[in-house]
Design a protein around this ligand. Sequence first.
Ligand code: DGI
Ligand code: FE
Ligand code: FE
Length: 201
Amino acid sequence: MKPSELSKLRKEMSKVQDGKRYEHTLAVAYTAANLAACHGEKADHALVAGMLHDCAKCLPEKKLLSICEKQHMQISKEEYKKPSLLHAKAGSYLAGKKYHVSDRDILNAIHNHTTGRPGMSLLEKIIFVADYMEPGRRQAPRLEQIRRTAFVDLDRAVLLILEDTLNYLQDSDSVIEKTTQDTYEYYRERLEGGASPAGTR
Ligand code: DGI
Ligand code: FE
Ligand code: FE
């Protein structure tokens, strides 16, 4: 990955994203690069995945649905109810097709950045966490704790994020995608051996 290729992607993102989203994109890319340095991941993979993770975020819902349907991707009933969730899957497709990314791990990191998935790769976890903790994010609870934890115990940071996300979604009566729930349970099991407030979710 040459620096010129990254700067090309940056320019592309500035064209397809509004100002705030573009700021977020840059922040995710650089946060991911720092997490990569800390945890032993390739910096250029983190930068490219971070730069492209929301490349489909500003597309209309109809377009997201049509991209995913055309590619014969599985669309869950939750995704039909909330098509904006599809920006991750559609983004992964566009990263390959429009932005010429071929690395499977980078494409997966984009594909899974919203819900996570059980058994994420190091890069997938880095993007999932960077997306949530980049310095421009201010709303979420426990952000300070999550930011500190991310450099010490990445799996723990993933778990904290999923826990807070699910609480937020439940409180706001949002549809919960099965993968988000499954990912939470997978990391809870891994880190806490299943000890949990049984049957609460
Ligand atoms: O695209 P971003 O805003 O940078 O971040 P993102 O791709 O993680 O999307 C963030 C939103 O996605 C956040 O408000 C939580 C939400 N989300 C994650 N899992 C689910 C979900 N929303 C619903 N409705 N259901 C889910 O399972
Ligand atoms: Fe996103
Ligand atoms: Fe994002």
